[in-house]
Design a protein around this ligand. Structure first.
Ligand code: MD3
Ligand code: FE
Length: 209
C-alpha cells in the first residue's frame, strides 16, 4: 500500500525462514563488537529502545566507524547479503528498476523494543545520501506513526507494522517525521524465533566513506 508519496508498506513480505535468519544475525551483532544497549541522548536520558549498528555506528547525532559513546569498538562490517536484501526490498516496493539495482546500503540500525519501549517522533537526517530507508519488522506488532515533513504533530497516519512487514521511505517521504508510540505486547510471531518483543532493522545509505 502506498501510504504517502515514496512511502510504501508491503505487509508480510519477509517469509518466516528469512525472519528467523535475520533474528539469528541480529543476535550475533547484539553480542558484539558493540553490545545492544540503550542509546544515551545528549541531555543524559536513555532511549527505551535498545540498538546495535552494523557498518556505521549511529550516535546522537552523527555516524562514526567506532562506537565512541559505548565501548570504543569498531562496528561489525556490513555484509554483502544485506546489500542484496536491501535491493530485493526496494524492488518489491518500487519495482525492479535502476533505483533498486543501484541501491547500496552501508549501515543497518537494529532496534529492539520490549513491550514498554517507544520511539518519539523524529526525522532521520544524518545520512548524506538521498537513497530510501528500508525498514523490516519482526516479532511483536507496533503502531508506527508516519507524519509530515514540517513538524512532529498532525497530520500523521498510524499504521500497524507486523512481523515480516516491509516499509520503504524514499523520495518526499525520506524526511518525514515518524515514531513508534506503542508496541502491541504478546502480538508476536512464534515462527520468527523471537520469544518476545519487536525487532526493527533499517537499512540506509549514509553517503559517507
Ligand atoms: C521514515 N525506527 O531507527 S522504522 C529509526 O520501528 C526508526 O524502529 C523505527 O525510526 C522502528 O530511525 C521506525 C521506519 C522508518 C525508519 C526510518 C525512516 C521510517 C522512516 C526514515 C525516514 C522516513
Ligand atoms: Fe527513524
Amino acid at each position: 500500500a502506498v501510504v504517502a508519496d515514496g512511502a510504501v508498506h508491503v505487509p508480510d513480505w519477509l517469509p518466516p525462514e528469512r525472519r528467523r535468519a535475520l533474528v539469528d544475525a541480529c543476535r550475533a551483532w547484539a553480542r558484539g563488537p558493540v553490545p545492544l544497549r540503550h542509546t544515551v541522548l545528549p541531555g543524559g536520558g536513555a532511549m527505551s529502545v535498545r540498538t546495535v549498528c552494523v557498518g556505521w555506528h549511529w550516535q546522537p547525532y552523527r555516524y562514526s566507524r567506532t562506537a565512541d559513546d559505548v565501548n570504543g569498538a569498531r562496528v561489525a562490517d556490513f555484509p554483502g547479503w544485506l546489500v542484496g536484501l536491501g535491493r530485493e526490498a526496494l524492488a518489491a516496493a518500487y519495482g525492479d528498476g535502476p533505483e533498486s539495482r543501484g541501491y547500496t546500503p552501508d549501515t543497518a540500525l537494529v532496534n529492539f523494543y520490549d513491550s514498554a519501549a517507544r520511539m518519539g517522533m523524529h526525522q532521520d537526517r544524518q545520512e548524506r545520501s538521498p537513497a530510501p530507508v528500508v525498514s523490516l519488522s519482526i516479532g511483536d506488532a507496533c503502531v508506527f506513526r508516519f507524519g509530515n515533513t514540517a513538524n512532529r504533530g498532525r497530520p500523521y497516519t498510524d499504521v500497524e507494522l507486523r512481523s515480516g512487514d516491509l516499509f520503504v521511505f524514499g523520495g518526499p517521504s525520506r524526511l518525514a517525521y515518524h515514531g513508534v508510540p506503542k508496541v502491541l505486547a504478546e502480538s508476536g510471531d512464534p515462527s520468527a524465533g523471537l520469544p518476545r518483543g519487536r525487532l526493527n532493522i533499517t537499512l540506509r545509505e549514509t553517503g559517507l566513506r
